[in-house]
Design a binder for this molecule. Structure first.
Ligand code: SAH
Ligand code: SF4
Length: 345
């Protein structure tokens, strides 16, 4: 929902202005998922709101839960029939939401299920922020905990290709009047749309930036990620340096380890060299992710392969951690979101 529309409605209908705070309380504190549940409002107002506003801008088709770990995945139907997926997970003590920024993705990375389905359309800022509002309602309804603590733009789509709506959604999500999620707890992951890095530094300097690299050789990276043709390693490096100079923030380099594809000693050396060539590279932190089975060459990579890769990078004085990717049993892990029919129960 866009809360400004409710404010306008209350003003235009000459309702008492304290109703605005009451609606806000019901939606963003109580986490009601229908106007009927907003019992702090008079019945006639609940009725009016029901006629005029949907709390969520989409319908929830299914929610699946992982048996292996604390992960939930929801399949959503947008107003025009397009479908997207969003994930709630508890990798540690707090809840994180993985949001989608587009229905599908135009960039077609060789290892990603979202890329395989092609591009449908950009999501509106409302459709993006509502994914988090939905999971907030879900946590409340199932007594799973108080709140969503972190948001990662690692769902479907390339967030920096939908820049304006992503920025608007982040502003809404971090607004103290609504869900109040600190911008330092929000991360944007990009395949390297380098000409938007500086915009992000200016508009949202507190938000974390994660760059999906996956290969430090131009030719090979282009094969895995066709976007490298437009923004090659040199361009990405240059724009990353500008970003770091402006924000002084740590940047995460995402590297999905794909057995036999990007994990040889030569790959480690190239990656290390690329990172060490970047100004202020002490601010770079490599996150290694085991490849999840998705499409094409994406087959599961075992943990020992990832650990070996990590040790080799450490030996080159590079900050590195291994990121656990959760929810693979319900196809909710990195690169597995596709919103296919078969997810319907
Ligand atoms: N489009 C953005 C954000 C969404 S993808 C991006 O590419 O960064 C989120 C992360 O999942 C990216 O780092 C992406 O490279 C990674 N990913 C895609 N397919 C994967 C797979 N099969 N296994 C593991 N990670 C994958
Ligand atoms: Fe798009 Fe990211 Fe998937 Fe590449 S990895 S196809 S950029 S969603």
């Amino acid at each position: 929902m866009i809360f400004d529309n409710i404010k306008k409605f209350i003003k235009e209908n000459d309702l008492p202005l304290y109703r605005i705070a009451q609606v806000r309380e019901a939606v963003y504190h109580k986490g009601v998922s229908s106007w009927e549940e907003a019992v702090n409002l008079p019945a006639d107002l609940r009725e009016k709101l029901k006629k005029n506003f949907k709390i969520l801008s989409f319908d929830v088709i299914t929610v699946q839960s992982s048996k292996l770990d604390l992960v939930f995945k929801a399949l959503l139907r947008l107003n025009d029939g397009n479908r997207i997926e969003t994930v709630l997970m508890k990798p540690g003590k707090t809840w994180s939401v993985c949001v989608s920024s587009q229905a599908g993705c135009p960039l077609g990375c060789a290892f990603c299920a979202t890329g395989k389905m092609g591009f449908k359309r950009h999501l509106t800022d409302e459709e993006i922020s509502d994914q988090v509002l939905f999971w907030y309602q879900f946590l409340r309804k199932h007594n799973l905990g108080e709140r969503v603590s972190n948001i990662v733009f690692m769902g479907m789509g390339e967030p920096l290709l939908n820049y304006v709506n992503v920025v608007k959604a982040i502003e809404t999500l971090s607004c103290a009047d609504y869900l109040n999620i600190g911008q330092r707890h929000i991360s944007v992951s990009t395949s390297g749309i380098a000409d938007k890095f500086f915009n992000l530094a200016q508009d949202l300097p507190q938000v974390n930036l994660a760059l999906s690299l996956h290969n430090a050789d131009d030719e090979e990276r282009t094969r895995l990620m066709p976007v490298n043709r437009k923004y090659n390693l040199e361009t990405v490096k240059e724009k990353l340096e500008e970003y770091i100079a402006r924000t002084g923030r740590e940047v995460f380099i995402e590297y999905t380890v794909i057995e036999g594809e990007n994990n040889s000693p030569a790959h480690v050396r190239k990656l290390g060299k690329w990172i060490n060539s970047i100004k202020d590279n002490y601010l770079l932190h490599v996150n290694l992710i085991a490849c999840n089975p998705a499409v094409g060459k994406a087959v599961a990579t075992d943990e020992s392969t990832v650990k070996k890769f990590a040790s080799a990078l450490k030996a080159m004085n590079i900050n590195v951690s291994i990121r656990k990717s959760l929810g693979s049993d319900i196809s909710a892990a990195c690169g597995q979101l596709a919103a296919k029919e078969k997810n319907k129960k």
